[in-house]
Write a protein that binds this ligand. Structure first.
Ligand SMILES: Cc1cc2nc3c(=O)[nH]c(=O)nc-3n(C[C@H](O)[C@H](O)[C@H](O)COP(=O)(O)O)c2cc1C
Length: 344
């Protein structure tokens, strides 16, 4: 049953941030039910964790861990909550979220608005964790004097309630944050985070706006410090041709116009890692073909956010179903067999 096309016109009358709040409030009212059954071929293991479906919800939708179980029930194989910072912060002044309808895209400059790690910790403590994987994406406070210390704090604070942690150094909306992807800073950050020894898999989320040599350098740092997977990618600060009136707004662009850039970045990381490092493909994924292309290009898992704004939450189940059909059609017994199977 596709209810979302009927609901969407009402949601789109509201400004995007209000629509988002209303969606979270509505999700909290949905009675808990069993998650969908996924075909066995969709099962995979990444970073030692078992995923029933490779289709996950990307960070930023459920920043404060208000509805992770509801999103699992709706058909996501895993949900990444956050970004959460050690202390609560308001984020950037509004408006800071723009729907680019004609482009099937979003521009956001939210700036890590969140209730802080202690609040998310309490909520996650109450989750029953019976099914699905809930990961926590951590960041640094805007006004922090020592950003690396904020990540160390995040790993300590959120490790006990996270199935995995994502180190997010790729948001364009906290000034200077992306500099933590630079060589010396990244080595220092990853060494500090590893030293905490929280015992949970650690993923690193990367920006799609890459210079020559970045993938090789980042892969090396990640392998040196035992990072379990790379998430490729966050939003882009570049502006491919766009039709919408909001195209000049500052912030990170996501959705359909990010698709080619994110797929290209994924291929570069696959080449740089030679399949040594699990990759998670994100950016502009809107259907099973997009997800399938990402898996064949080297992604063990995929995530999405913006396409759900346009297509509704049923998208996760539709993509999972489509992936199972493609595996069968192409003669693969599992997702793992199809990862990186595209011809160069
Ligand atoms: C409104 C909005 C808020 C986001 N907030 C975060 C965030 O807090 N942390 C993060 O790592 N990524 C954040 N993202 C990026 C997404 O997780 C994802 O990497 C990006 O949007 C590309 O995927 P998509 O095209 O499927 O949306 C945000 C994206 C959007 C649209």
């Amino acid at each position: 049953m596709h209810l979302y096309p009927l609901i969407r016109p009402f949601a789109f009358v509201l400004d995007p941030e209000r629509a988002h709040r209303a969606t979270i409030a509505a999700l909290k009212l949905v009675p808990k039910h069993h998650p969908p059954f996924f075909p066995a071929s969709l099962k995979s293991t990444v970073g030692g964790l078992e995923f029933a479906s490779p289709v996950g919800l990307a960070a930023g939708f459920d920043k404060d861990a208000e509805v992770p179980e509801e999103m699992l029930d709706l058909g996501f194989g895993f949900v990444e909550v956050g970004t959460v910072t050690p202390r609560p912060q308001r984020g950037n002044p509004k408006p800071r979220l723009f729907r680019l309808k004609a482009d099937r895209a979003v521009i956001n400059r939210m700036g890590f608005n969140n209730h802080g790690q202690p609040a998310a910790f309490q909520r996650l403590l109450e989750c029953t964790h019976l099914h699905g994987v809930i990961g926590v994406n951590i960041g640094a406070n805007k006004d922090s004097d020592d950003r690396i210390a904020d990540y160390v704090e995040g790993v300590r604070a959120m490790g006990p309630v996270a199935r995995y942690l994502t180190i997010n150094v790729s948001s364009p909306n906290t000034p200077g944050l992306r500099r933590l992807q630079d060589e010396g800073a990244l080595q220092e950050l990853l060494a500090a985070v590893r030293d905490v020894g929280c015992g949970k898999p650690i993923f690193l989320k990367i920006a799609p706006d890459l210079n020559e040599g970045d993938p090789e350098r980042i892969v090396k740092a990640a392998i040196d410090h035992g990072i379990d997977a790379l998430i490729i990618s966050n939003t882009t600060v570049s502006r491919p041709p766009l039709k919408s009136k909001y195209r000049e707004e500052a912030g990170g662009l996501s959705g359909a116009p990010l698709k080619t850039l994110a797929l290209d970045a994924l291929r570069r990381f696959r080449k740089a890692s030679g399949g040594e490092m699990p990759l998670i493909g994100v950016g502009g994924i809107a259907n099973a073909d997009d997800a399938w292309d990402r898996i064949r290009a080297g992604a063990s898992l995929v995530q999405l956010y913006t396409a759900m704004v346009y297509e509704g939450p049923g998208i996760a189940r539709r993509i999972a179903r489509g992936l199972a059909q493609r595996l069968k059609r192409e003669g693969f017994a599992s997702i793992g067999e199809a990862v990186g199977s595209e011809k160069p």
